[in-house]
Design a protein around this ligand. Sequence first.
Ligand SMILES: [Zn+2]
Length: 565
Amino acid sequence: MGFLAILDAFKIAPGAKPVKTLVKTVVSVGLFIALAVAAAPQQAGVSHFDGNSWWSHVKYLADDSLEGRDTGSEGLRKAQAYAVEQFKKAGLEPAGSNGFYQPVSFTQYELDEAKSSLALVSNGETKPLSFADDAFFSARATHESVQVTAPLVFAGYGLKIPEKNLDELAGLDLKGKIVVYLAGSPSDIPTALASHYQTTGERWKSLKAAGAIGVVAVMNPASMDIPWSRISLNRNHPAMDLAGAEFNETPGQQLGVVFNPAAAESLFAGSGHTFAEIAALGKDRGPLPHFALAASLKAEATVITRKVKSANVVGKLRGSMPGLQGEYVVLSAHIDHMGIGAAINGDKIYNGAMDDGSGSAAVMDIAASLKAHPETLQRSVIFLLVTAEEKGLLGSKYFAEHPTVPVQTIVADINMDMFLPIVPLKILRIQGIQESDLGSSAAKIAESMGIKPVADPEPLRNAFIRSDQYSFIKKGIPAVKADVGFELGTPEQKIFKEWLTNRYHAPSDDADQPVDLQAAATYEEFTRRLLIATANGPQPYWKADSFFRRYVPGKELRLIKSDAH
Ligand SMILES: [Zn+2]
């Protein structure tokens, strides 16, 4: 699941425990699985999965020898070779541009911290900031070396959302200035809309139009998945973007800085406001004030760039219905992870077992199940394992820009990313549930299996735009991503919160963690059923009131079809 790419998506669970306490809380894997299987609810219908083949794929992908599958690394190439082997065994046809592979080129950006600095300047006094404790450059938002001192302006959430008449930039002089904002959005903005406008590119569009030259994102203490200490630890991990100016979503942005909320009072000193006041309002997604800050930011960044090559892996199962076999349902997951990073508890390999070894394994497993237990598929299915998700959904973005089948023939994307089978699957959280027929279909299938489908109960986490389905959504293609869910205020919620705090994007997201194989198997069965239903059912469309309908190309035609549908 994406994290580094989207400044706005930096999260931490409230009351998060420090990393050091995590190891002791790990339950014996075997015991946990045994208990979970015994406690699993009866699922309607036969399942094609038992969790074991899924787990063996996860273990392969998360092995230390694959070194965390960083984009461009030997470890990722090994993982992809394994996936190609599994695709061949499952009888898939190659559907990349080079066999099963679709090569993708990247530019890597790495900050040379020894030759960089940040400081706040006010009343002629310069106060240096510590990269480790106060604030650091986002290499993803700082593409070139830069030396600049510019005034800071606080713009609330930094959002302009015309649909809701929200313009937090109105009345502010932002010309040549650096905009400080609190990650998040006001509560009266619907989740999908808020998510869309919080993407790096969309937010920058309005900031650039207002004349801003850079941003400082203050993380919202109420919505951080990962504690600052852990985020800061990996701040110098290189960032990437797709090679080619056409992929630059932040033209004119000179710098991006991520600020520790625990150190943010220094930004507000002398402004007549405190960060405590802002954070209290932001906690409940309340409206925020907008004002000029007393300090300027003095920034000096030295950025080293390098070319990197990687690839998506694409396989195809041909549909049988003349007239429909030229249409495609995409089943996707990301096979990359974060590679090797700063050591935590002596471990520096970020194995990415759940993120997203779990989804990649499910793609392979579901392909295999369709060979072992064939089903009539009228439409064709694309099995897609993308690269560089952790760099900002880049592999899927490239695929959506340059699909290996005509883009208008892709009818849906079912994405799997870190679906977290760590408790029995009784509740399925479906991102996009209310947006399209695909969401409705997913809900219906879950219900038929005795599973309760729910919308995202934690909209602040911004999950709808944080994985690869968003690349398809932006091309007008209906998409869903489902995850094992929980009721708010239950012990399960605590298990998820602790998982995010301790294991998400940490070396302990490895094969030595408790997982519920029965939950994984049931999740795979749900996904298989949704895939088959989508391949054989009417073409899914966006709901009439869905925000994302705007991305449909040749809108008029699709809308007429949709309304008639
Ligand atoms: Zn991730």
